[in-house]
Design a protein around this ligand. Structure first.
Ligand code: ATP
Ligand code: MG
Length: 176
C-alpha cells in the first residue's frame, strides 16, 4: 500500500488554498475522494463553495459555522472563533478516521493554531493518528516548526508582489 503524505502550504504569499484546490481537481480526475474542512470561517463567499458541488460526490467541502455567516467576522468574540475551530478539529478527526476519503485538506488550520484557537498538539495528534494511506494537506501561514518537522512536503509561498500593495482589491475568481 502506498503511504500517504502530509503536505503543508504556508508562507505570506498568495496561493496556499488555491494550491490545495489544485490537488482536488487533479485527484478527482482519478476518482479519488477528497474532503476539505475550513478552519476559519469568515463571512466571505468563495467560488469553491459553489464549484465543490459540481465535483460531488468525489469532493466534499465542509464550511463549519455556515449558519454564523454575517455574525462571525473579525469583530466577533474570540470564543466564537474558538468554538468553530474546535468543532473543525472534531469533524476532521471523524473524517480522517472514517476511511471514506483518500485526501483530506485542513484549510487555514495553521492560522487557527497561530491565533491560539486550537493547540499545535491538536494538529500533531491529527497527523499522527491518520490512517497510513491518507494524504493530509494543511494550509495557512505561520505553520509551526513541530508541524513542519513531521510533514513530508512543505512549500512556503513567498510574496514577491501582490496587487493589494497597490491598493487593488480582492478579485472574484482569483482571490475569492
Ligand atoms: P488563496 O486562497 O488565493 O490561495 P491563500 O490561501 O494563500 O490565498 P490566505 O492567507 O488564506 O491566502 O488569504 C485569503 C485571502 O487573502 C485571499 O483572498 C487571498 O487572495 C488574499 N491574500 C493572500 N495573500 C495575500 C497577500 N500577500 N496580500 C494580500 N492579500 C492576500
Ligand atoms: Mg487560504
Amino acid at each position: 500500500m502506498e503511504n500517504g503524505l502530509t503536505i503543508v502550504y504556508t508562507g505570506k504569499g498568495k496561493g496556499k488554498t488555491t494550491a490545495a484546490l489544485g490537488i482536488v481537481l487533479r485527484a478527482v480526475g482519478y476518482g479519488k475522494k477528497v474532503c476539505m474542512i475550513q478552519f476559519i470561517k469568515g463571512s466571505w463567499h468563495y467560488g469553491e463553495m459553489a464549484s465543490s458541488k459540481k465535483l460531488e460526490p468525489e469532493f466534499e467541502m465542509i464550511t463549519i459555522g455556515k449558519g454564523f455567516v454575517g455574525i462571525i467576522d473579525d469583530k466577533s468574540p474570540k470564543e466564537d472563533h474558538e468554538e468553530i475551530a474546535k468543532e473543525a478539529i472534531k469533524i476532521s478527526n471523524e473524517k480522517i478516521q472514517s476511511g471514506n476519503y483518500d485526501i483530506i485538506i485542513l484549510d487555514e488550520i495553521n492560522y487557527a493554531v497561530n491565533l491560539d484557537l486550537i493547540s499545535v498538539k491538536d494538529v500533531l495528534n491529527l497527523i499522527k493518528s491518520k490512517p497510513q494511506k491518507i494524504d493530509l494537506v494543511l494550509t495557512g501561514n505561520y505553520a509551526k516548526n513541530e508541524v513542519i518537522e513531521i510533514a513530508d512536503l512543505v512549500t512556503e509561498m513567498r510574496e514577491i508582489k501582490h496587487p493589494f500593495q497597490r491598493g487593488i482589491k480582492a478579485k472574484k475568481g482569483i482571490d475569492f
